[in-house]
Design a protein around this ligand. Structure first.
Ligand code: XMP
Length: 189
């Protein structure tokens, strides 16, 4: 089992950044709703969609700081090995919510890495013609993407290293760490 190593982003830094992301999102959504003649308490207009399971901790902290009436839908995406060039190498597990047309959608994910997950979700959800579609990620790896996709809101840019904590796991472990840590190489500990 590879243990967690050095802290890359500490608990306090995460907390401060999540608070500023919440303000940024809140301002953007309020502006959208105002343009439609609504207040922030209108039901049924805003839907937040976390990508399971890595986004759960970020999502829980983020939405509790948003003074906007929203509903939530979960999505899960699995990646498969040995993917052919004909596929993105990822697929949605189960059914996507199918009532997103005309709504303000925010997809929340832990990390933008190859871009396969968010590329797929952006395409599938965008096809339903929502009124707005934003991608919000806590982390963005500095690397070339297999699928070109941009996040509208990014918490932190990080180098291309494997990290754990604050929802991110290694083999199911370490999601409960309060900070984001590098994963030690096998044999380092
Ligand atoms: P992409 O952008 O490659 O991201 O489709 C898919 C999912 O891969 C996971 N991921 C990681 N998980 N440490 C982790 O614990 C990492 O460094 C890492 N990089 C990618 C993550 O769940 C992401 O949503």
């Amino acid at each position: 089992m590879r243990p967690p190593g050095e802290i890359l982003i500490g608990e306090r830094e995460i907390r401060d950044r999540v608070a500023s992301i919440a303000r940024e999102l809140s301002d953007a959504l309020q502006a959208d709703l105002r343009r439609e003649g609504h207040g922030v308490d209108v039901p049924g207009r805003v839907i937040f969609i976390p990508v399971l399971s890595g986004a759960i901790v970020f999502f829980a902290d983020l939405i509790r700081q948003l003074p906007v009436t929203m509903s939530t839908e979960m999505v899960s995406v699995s990646s498969y090995r040995g993917a052919t060039t004909a596929s993105l190498g990822v697929s949605v597990v189960g059914a996507l919510p199918d009532d997103l047309a005309g709504k303000h959608i925010v997809i929340v994910d832990d990390i933008l890495d190859t871009g396969r997950t968010l590329g797929l979700l952006k395409k599938e959800i965008g096809a339903q013609k929502p009124a707005s579609l934003r991608i919000c990620v806590l982390l963005r790896k500095e690397r070339d993407r297999d699928v070109p996709v941009e996040a509208d809101i990014t918490g932190f840019d990080i180098p291309d290293v494997f990290i754990v904590g604050y929802g991110l796991d290694y083999d199911g472990h370490y999601r409960n760490l309060r900070d984001i840590r590098l994963l030690e190489e096998a044999g380092d500990a």
